[in-house]
Design a protein around this ligand. Structure first.
Ligand code: HEC
Length: 122
């Protein structure tokens, strides 16, 4: 009986570990991006999501543009996602995510954007 409980807790532990690992993986951050950002920034980050209509006074940033994204430091990107557009004197159409996403999620989104633009920033 004791042995059974022991192996059961190992299975539970392994499950918790693998669940934790998937949060850090590329797959999960793509899901985050698709869920929270793609409606404006587009599925591939090109600033062409279904919400980015001509009526929108400012276009969502094209995250694949190395020229544009190189103007931002990593801290700028984290700031813009956490506090929204106005935090980096950009449009308030860029919503704040500080209350919706954890710091770790925002940081992994920053890494994801750096992958999209293939640039390092200032
Ligand atoms: C409701 C539409 C919308 C959503 C949703 C949205 N954005 Fe934006 N985002 C914008 C717009 C519009 C801008 C451009 C603001 C400007 O240039 O004035 C922008 C700009 C940015 C910038 C650049 C800010 C700068 O200083 O140049 C980053 C980084 C960014 N968004 C990341 C994200 C991430 C990551 C998500 C998802 C967590 C997201 N955005 C969700 C509309 C949106």
């Amino acid at each position: 009986m004791r042995v059974k409980w022991f192996s059961l807790s190992i299975i539970t532990f392994a499950f918790v570990l693998s669940a934790g690992a998937s949060v850090a993986s590329g797959e999960a951050v793509e899901d985050l991006y698709r869920f929270h950002c793609a409606q404006c920034h587009g599925l591939k980050g090109m600033g062409d999501g279904p919400n980015a209509t001509r009526e929108m006074p400012v276009s969502p940033r094209d995250h694949t543009s190395a020229v544009e994204m190189n103007k931002l430091t990593d801290a700028d990107i984290i700031n813009a996602i956490t506090e929204g557009g106005p935090a980096t004197s950009k449009s308030s159409l860029m919503p704040p995510y500080g209350k919706t996403l954890s710091k770790a999620e925002i940081s992994s989104l920053k890494d994801y954007l750096r992958k999209l633009c293939n640039c390092k920033g200032k």
